[in-house]
Design a protein around this ligand. Structure first.
Ligand code: HEC
Ligand code: HEC
Length: 444
């Protein structure tokens, strides 16, 4: 090969690299394909899915192809935890779920997570925090703490538990269709405008959140930690973990205390599973219901303006990816009081840090606010009973917004809550047929 052809090859290669880079840059600046069509399913499929969602599963249930309910479970039906404002709504604190995460240590270098199930079909399978401790013991002197120029070595407890509240599922199909790219694009746009503000010495901005990028590169959208990218995967996990229903996408949870519990054929067959996903996918989206009295209506309208001017909309993005009125950026934020937390990123060093892309214990996804008027209690742990309490629970990334909120005249604060009260569960949801508060299922 002569020198000339070699140069030409190099030049061509250079051009194509540049070209690819250009295409990538343009692509990354585009906002992602907006959602244009509503989720759809046939009436038959929706009806079958609804009956599976509401069915109270029993051990060896005739509807199941495997062992039915369990071996370990948190409730007997989806509707038992998802019922407020209609079938598929949020749940009360009585139905919170105990989630755990075991942080990396030398002996267990990977982050592990799961649920501590409330119930078991047989007493010998019963789970508890003690069983968890046997798997993830405290590491003696596993953490280095710097305080007042002193370095201390303390025991490291790798286990974090969190009681999580059931979210409302109305409109889930719309969220499923929001392109991951739309979330990344919105996140980039907000960061750029934040930098702009800081250059103008306006430091009253809002702490930037970050997208949850899952190990396979997709953007997480579902769950309080944005731990799943698609609705189908979340439904599969809910069947397997909450009720103990194996399905085509996930096998049922095995008792923590009996890892060699036999593999059993899936409880739900592909058709049953598809219809359940279709039902959740087509749950109607939440509604905006304005008060009929003109005075209250004007107040709610004023409240929406306050929502934007005070800075709530920086995280509770009203429209994203073509879905209007969802009020979330789907990013992880920290709302804990920084002066009260020493863990991670400040003065504590653990043996093996969490991987960068893994959410910190204090990071939570901005919850969509559509339907919020009908989904109390609030926050991941259901610790805020009212909308007012929920707002006042914002610190960390939202501290500046909270300060502006506190400085508002009373009428504006009331108007803001008046606006949130217009974000209702859909009027055309399926009513809950029987009270779901009654007895929680008991282990045999
Ligand atoms: C014991 C109570 C309980 C039961 C039973 C239950 N869930 Fe949930 N569900 C929850 C909790 C708690 C969350 C929030 C979990 C999280 O984010 O980590 C949740 C979240 C979800 C989400 C994610 C919603 C979002 O927007 O992030 C979906 C989808 C879901 N559940 C579907 C189902 C389905 C389908 C069933 C029945 C197979 C079911 N759930 C049964 C408690 C329950
Ligand atoms: C920095 C981002 C950010 C800002 C700014 C912000 N929020 Fe939030 N909001 C969140 C996150 C994150 C959560 C969930 C926190 C958790 O569960 O621990 C949340 C939770 C909520 C909830 C509870 C929703 C539920 O389903 O549990 C309400 C209501 C709420 N915010 C309203 C507001 C209002 C009103 C404002 C403006 C005064 C505001 N937020 C400003 C990020 C933000």
């Amino acid at each position: 090969m002569g020198k000339y052809t070699l140069d030409r090859t190099r030049r061509r290669l250079g051009y194509s690299v540049l070209g690819a880079l250009g295409v990538w840059m343009v692509w990354s600046l585009l906002p992602g394909v907006p959602v244009l069509r509503a989720p759809r399913a046939s009436a038959d499929e929706k009806a079958q899915g609804a009956s599976i969602f509401e069915h109270e599963w029993q051990p060896h249930d005739p509807l199941a192809n495997g062992d039915g309910l369990g071996p370990v479970f948190n409730a007997r039906s989806c509707a038992e935890c998802h019922f407020q404002g209609g079938v598929g709504g949020g749940g009360d604190n009585q139905h919170n779920v105990l989630a755990f995460e075991a942080h990396p240590t030398r002996d267990n270098p990977e982050v592990k997570g799961g649920l501590v199930h409330k119930f078991a079909v047989e007493y010998q399978y019963k789970e508890g925090q003690q069983a968890l401790r046997e798997f993830f013991p405290v590491v003696p002197f596993g953490v280095k703490v710097e305080s007042n120029c002193q370095v201390l070595r303390l025991d490291f407890d790798p286990i974090r538990t969190e009681s999580v509240n059931s979210t409302a599922l109305f409109g889930a199909g719309w969220i499923d269709r929001i392109a991951g790219k739309s979330i990344l694009h919105n996140s980039m746009k907000t960061s750029v405008s934040q930098i702009g503000k800081e250059l103008n010495s306006d430091f009253g901005g809002v702490g930037a959140g970050r997208p949850r990028i899952l190990p396979d590169g997709r953007v997480g959208k579902f769950g309080w930690k944005a731990q799943f990218a698609t609705l189908e995967e979340f439904v599969a996990a809910a069947c397997a973990n909450e009720i103990g229903l194996g399905n085509p996408k996930m096998s049922q949870a095995k008792p923590m205390v009996k890892d060699d519990y036999p593999d059993i054929s899936p409880d739900l067959d592909p058709k049953q599973f598809r219809s359940l996903v279709a039902f959740v996918d087509t749950l109607p989206r939440p509604a905006i219901i304005l008060p009929s009295l003109p005075k209250e209506r004007a107040q709610a309208e004023r409240g929406e303006q306050v929502f934007r001017t005070v800075g709530c909309a920086a995280c509770h993005t009203p429209d994203i990816g073509g879905v209007e009125g969802v009020y979330s950026d789907f990013l992880l934020h920290r709302l804990d009081d920084p002066s009260k937390s020493v863990k991670y990123g400040s003065k504590e060093t653990v043996e093996i840090p969490l991987p960068d892309e893994h959410p910190l214990p204090a990071e939570w996804k901005t919850p969509p606010l559509w339907g919020v008027a009908d989904s109390a209690p609030y926050f991941h742990d259901g610790s805020s009973g009212t909308l007012k309490a929920a707002i006042e629970n914002h610190h960390g990334d939202a501290e500046s917004v909270l300060e502006r909120y506190k400085a508002l005249p009373d009428v504006d604060r009331t108007a803001l809550i008046g606006f949130l009260k217009t974000l209702k569960a859909p009027a055309d949801g399926k009513p809950v047929e029987k009270p779901q508060h009654t007895e929680v299922a008991q282990a045999k």
